[in-house]
Design a protein around this ligand. Structure first.
Ligand code: MN
Length: 227
């Protein structure tokens, strides 16, 4: 038996200090995980449990030149802390979940805000707003051993040298072990699964030609230019 056509190679992330790369299976994204971002979107955080949407791994890309997508006039940046899993996680407690973290990186969860707003207004799914080709822009991973504990590292984004998003990861409503634990009661998580853990306040539109510098203290920088 052979494939009718050649399946696409998995998307893979560079790892700081290693030759091997990290093949990405699934991309889970957390919504409204910083109170100040929820407020700027006219929403309140859901403190009882996180909620999610997914982005196809085929829609992930590395930094550098990234295409501005079709179908939007309001394409927004969301800088986020990305966590990558190292192994199986099913029905774990938050304490157990901390043991399946491979490492961290910085990413941009790009969003067709106009399409997302229409979906919210019509109570339809967010796919056209969120599952956008090239929308999960991901930086290299730093293994947890080198990164250390996630505490209050600064996360920031500059657009054309102007600081537009700046926060720290201690302000997440749901911590990363809580998120992994919660997700592990709905999915058989494993190595290759990554989670984009939500954006702080300061989201806004980008245009073709804009240069974005996403940073998470302790991780490789992520630089993007929209073309
Ligand atoms: Mn997001």
């Amino acid at each position: 038996m052979s494939y009718l056509f050649e399946p696409p190679a998995p998307f893979a992330l560079p790892i700081e200090g290693q030759e091997d790369v990290y093949p990405v299976s699934r991309i889970f994204c957390v919504g409204r995980n910083y109170a100040a971002h929820a407020a700027e979107m006219g929403a309140e955080v859901d403190r009882e449990a996180p909620f999610y949407f997914t982005v196809s791994p085929h829609h992930a890309c590395l930094g550098g030149e990234v295409a501005y997508p079709d179908g939007t006039d309001d394409y927004h940046h969301e800088v986020e802390c990305v966590v990558a899993l190292s192994g199986a996680a099913h029905q774990l407690s938050p304490t157990q979940a901390a043991d399946v973290i491979f490492g961290y990186g910085v990413g941009l969860d790009m969003t067709r805000r106009d399409r997302q707003a229409e979906a919210k207004a019509t109570r339809r799914p967010w796919c056209l707003g969120k599952d956008v080709e090239g929308s999960a822009i991901l930086g290299a991973l730093t293994p947890q051993a080198e990164f250390g504990a996630l505490a209050s590292q600064e996360i920031s984004l500059r657009v054309n040298d102007e600081l537009v998003q700046k926060s720290d990861v201690s302000l997440m409503v749901h911590s990363i072990p809580e998120i992994i634990s919660h997700l592990s009661h709905y999915y058989h998580l494993g190595a290759g699964d990554i989670i984009m853990t939500g954006t702080p306040e300061g989201v806004g539109p980008v245009q073709r030609g804009d240069v974005l510098q996403a940073r998470l203290e302790g991780c490789a920088p992520l630089d993007v230019r929209f073309v």
